[in-house]
Design a protein around this ligand. Structure first.
Ligand code: 3PG
Length: 196
């Protein structure tokens, strides 16, 4: 979470683009990449992207322990899930892999703390009340750090990153539209510069 200010959230439809997308993002300075398990080629995309020098590739949209095990087999180095279950938290601990679960409220965070977790994805960030909601949660849970995701854009990312409890943000804006390596690298370099 502290490696880069922005984690690109990637939905890879075409496996042939996996490596070029990772290369373009890394060239711009974003090296922590979340590949969502929302497409048939997602696990293969994790394998491909893991071969790109400098890329730290994880799996997102990991919904259960089976997804988690498959992601680790494919080479994922961290796991992101939209929510938090005891089963998936236990699986992450068993396989000793960094785990960033989604939380939406104080009860979710308390369950996470009970499970030994203190780093969470605030999801879906904008729909859940945006920065005012995060500020209210962060005031209560001083030891917790967040990665807001869901509705984060190049325009609003700086406001989120200015909050001390926000270690990084996640978003899909870096790779929107038809793939254009130069454009992805430009967006990545702008995002990487959001926090010195
Ligand atoms: C996701 O997991 O899909 C993220 O929330 C991405 O959301 P975004 O498309 O609003 O950036």
């Amino acid at each position: 979470m502290t490696r880069c200010p922005v984690i690109p959230v990637l939905v890879i439809q075409d496996l042939a683009l996996a490596r070029p997308i990772a290369q373009a993002l890394v060239a711009g300075g974003l090296t922590t990449l979340e590949v969502t398990l929302r497409t048939p080629c997602a696990l293969d995309a994790i394998r491909e992207m893991s071969r790109v020098d400098g890329a730290l590739v994880g799996a997102g949209t990991v919904l259960n322990a089976d997804d988690l095990a498959r992601s680790v087999d494919a080479g994922a180095e961290f796991i992101v899930s939209p929510g938090l279950t005891t089963q998936i938290a236990d699986a992450a601990r068993r396989l000793d892999i960094p785990f960033l679960p989604g939380i939406a409220n104080a009860g979710d965070i308390m369950r996470g703390l009970d499970l030994g977790l203190s780093r969470f994805k605030f999801f879906p960030a904008m729909a859940n009340g945006g920065l005012p909601a995060l500020k209210a949660l962060a005031a209560v849970f001083g030891q917790v750090r967040f990665c807001p995701t869901g509705g984060i854009t190049a325009e609003n990312a700086p406001e989120w990153l200015a909050h001390p409890a926000v270690s990084c943000v996640g978003g899909s804006w870096l790779t929107g539209g038809a793939f254009d390596a130069a454009r992805v690298t430009l967006r990545a370099s702008e995002a990487a510069a959001l926090r010195a």
